[in-house]
Design a protein around this ligand. Structure first.
Ligand code: GAR
Length: 204
């Protein structure tokens, strides 16, 4: 079996986390794995441009065009199989993956979430929402969490977390930016490398 762990990144938007992963690969922070494929569920996601600029294979899978959740997941699984992907990273992927999908890849799907789980997470908490809710609640510390994905939304085993202080002047947008810069872009690459290293070592 090949030693290099093959990574696919699933995206929907700007792809700054994908950018951090690409940079980490260049910098040698990610060395036990290689990003082989980027899949987007939005045809206009800027993340696709980032991937193409880095010479990474891309694919677009649109649920509406395929007609059902099952067909959507089947197509993604087919693409993952074609590239013999070992690790799937959800980096701002704003689509739901059912248990039928997640149960196929135990401890192989990694997600980055913009809060300190178990706060401000679960169904409906994506994008700006965790930051809006953190400010509304008045917490003084938030952050980001990288975790394995299972059938419970944001409920899988935690891999890494990093705290970020909230300032009195924060808006949801300003907080989102700082959580990305100070937490997500750091712990996502480190977590991906950790998981890839473990898989690689198991292979011997
Ligand atoms: C990131 O903040 C990520 O944590 C969040 O969406 C943003 C995507 O940004 N993900 C979720 O809310 C998932 N529940 P990006 O496209 O620039 O990486």
């Amino acid at each position: 079996m090949e030693k290099q762990v093959k990574i696919a990144v699933l995206v929907s938007g700007g792809g700054t986390n994908l950018g951090a992963l690409i940079q980490a690969q260049k910098d040698g922070i990610i060395k036990n794995g290689k990003i082989e494929l980027v899949i987007s569920n939005k045809s206009d996601a800027y993340a696709l441009t980032r991937a193409r600029n880095a010479g990474i294979k891309t694919n677009i899978v649109i649920k509406k065009e395929l007609g059902s959740q099952e067909a959507f997941e089947d197509r993604i699984m087919e693409l993952l199989e074609e590239e013999k992907i070992d690790v799937i990273v959800l980096a701002g992927f704003m689509a739901i993956l059912s248990e039928r999908f997640t149960s196929k890849y135990p401890r192989r799907i990694i997600n980055v979430h913009p809060s300190l789980i178990p706060s401000f997470c679960g169904k409906g908490f994506y994008g700006l929402v965790p930051h809006i809710e953190a400010l509304k609640y008045g917490v003084k510390v938030t952050g980001a969490t990288v975790h394995f994905v299972n059938e419970v939304p944001d409920g899988g085993e935690i891999i890494m977390q990093k705290a970020v202080e909230i300032k009195d002047t924060d808006t949801p947008e300003a907080l989102q930016k700082r959580v990305m810069e100070e937490a997500e872009w750091i712990i996502l690459p480190l977590s991906v490398e950790k998981v890839c290293k473990e898989i690689s070592e198991k292979r011997g």
